[in-house]
Design a protein around this ligand. Structure first.
Ligand SMILES: Cc1ncc(COP(=O)(O)O)c(C=O)c1O
Length: 425
């Protein structure tokens, strides 16, 4: 019996479903990780995988990136948690504001979910209104206001509204289809009580779904005309799509932005930033409450400073390399599936891609759900057997990192070849 199997049996006795976050589970049991380095992750049986999960996008620079480990090690010798302000928090905030000109001020916190929860509370505090609009399939973390027709693990597990969530909360979340500006306009015109619109500028939690031309600019225009704060949830796209996130890439300025994941390349930290008239509402100066013992903890802050400095220093090389790799890979994969006569779609941008087994273009949550999920599971399992680890769900995306080499990509392409064969049979 493999060590992972034994550990999973053990884990189930002490942890619900044996995992600490739902997407980590896959049939018949997930591998248990022993270590990771660069582009690779090893399981407890010492099997090495090329890692294309990259901690669900957090590891833009790869595992154990030297610059980041160096600054964290330096900070460790000075203490791990003070719960007093530090000069390094100012340094980090200035770096974030430098990369995201839509923000006048930024508050640091811990997780993506905490950041979107605060962003929504800020929008409500600012407008004194109740309802928020989200897009079907967008995932913004595991809290009640946004766990409504969400993507990622909640779509994978068929949960539309979480049990235990209050109807009183979810009824204040209006859901419209991604890439459907008419339905957004209708919803806004019918409801006078909209506190904010939250969106993933690139939808990375239903597989990968790109915003259609004008979707984001129309969204900005309509929210502005109606005085509705627009929240860009850049937990995935921040630093991954460009140093200034999707908002830099598309040239759009939201009112509030959330960041996490690639902000620190693997440490627990997130951020909410935006216009000062909104951000100044946060306590203690304002009446919108947000607090956390671990917010701005020096370890994560040192990782984030180093991460942003590294990204900014190498940005010209970094993004063009990742985009080139992605284009080569996605094109080769597309050709391969076409040659094999497998109906498919490949959506890709920056350092993310996903394949869907369907005839129809995938442009929203409904078209994503129409893709053949069983085929995707076959693909995932064969890739794993061939030594390639991608996120185990159709409703996630494949993430490249700076640690991947051309050789890794060629090996991965061979693995996809075998995986596509298994899908065909
Ligand atoms: C776009 C987006 N927002 C928010 C979150 C929640 O972040 P966290 O898991 O750190 O709470 C995620 C997580 O995957 C995400 O993809």
């Amino acid at each position: 019996m493999s060590k992972s199997r034994k550990l999973f049996t053990d884990s189930k006795k002490v942890t619900p479903s044996g995992v600490n976050s739902p997407v980590r589970y896959f049939d018949p049991y997930p591998f248990f990780t022993k270590k990771a380095n660069g582009a690779y992750i090893w399981d407890e049986d010492n099997t090495r995988y090329i890692d294309f999960c990259n901690a669900y996008g957090a590891l833009l620079l790869g595992h154990r990136r030297k610059e980041i480990l160096d600054s964290v090690t330096k900070q460790l010798s000075k203490g791990t948690l003070y719960c007093t302000p530090t000069a390094s928090e100012i340094e980090l905030s200035k770096l974030i504001l430098g990369n995201f000109p839509s923000m006048d001020k930024v508050r640091l916190m811990n997780t993506g979910g905490e950041a979107t929860m605060t962003a929504i509370r800020l929008a409500r505090g600012y407008t004194k209104k109740k309802k928020i609009i989200k897009f079907e399939g967008c995932y913004h973390g595991a809290h009640d206001s946004v766990l409504v027709k969400a993507g990622s693990g909640s779509a994978h597990n068929g949960i539309s509204v979480s049990d235990g969530g209050l109807d009183e909360v979810s009824k204040n979340t209006l859901v419209v289809e991604y890439n459907n500006i008419e339905s957004l306009e209708k919803t806004i015109s019918k409801n006078k009580d909209i506190a904010g619109v939250i969106v993933e500028p690139i939808l990375a939690n239903m597989g990968l779904i790109l915003p259609e031309k004008n979707f984001l600019s129309d969204l900005r225009k309509i929210t502005k005309e109606n005085n509705i704060p627009l929240i860009f949830d850049e937990v995935v796209t921040g630093f991954r799509v460009s140093p200034g996130g999707a908002q830099e890439h598309f040239g759009i300025r939201p009112d509030i932005t959330t960041l996490a994941k690639a902000l620190s390349n693997g440490f627990t930290i997130s951020a909410v930033g935006g216009k000062k008239e909104i951000m100044n509402l946060l306590s203690p100066g304002g009446k919108v409450y947000q607090a956390s013992t671990f917010a701005g903890n020096p370890i994560s802050v040192s990782a984030a400073i180093s991460s942003i400095k590294t990204i900014n220093k190498m940005k010209n090389k970094l993004y063009s390399k990742l985009e080139r790799f992605n284009l080569l890979f996605s094109t080769a994969l597309d050709d391969m599936a076409t040659d094999m006569k497998i109906p498919h779609q490949i959506n890709f941008t920056a350092s993310m891609f996903q394949i869907f087994f369907t005839h129809k273009p995938v442009i929203d949550s409904k078209t994503s759900k129409k893709a053949d999920g069983k085929k995707f599971q076959k693909l995932f399992r064969t890739l794993l057997k061939e030594g390639v680890f991608i996120p185990p769900s159709q409703f996630e995306v494949v993430f490249l990192s700076d640690a991947h080499t051309e050789n890794d990509l060629n090996k991965t392409l061979d693995a996809y070849h075998s995986a596509l064969k298994s899908v065909k049979n």
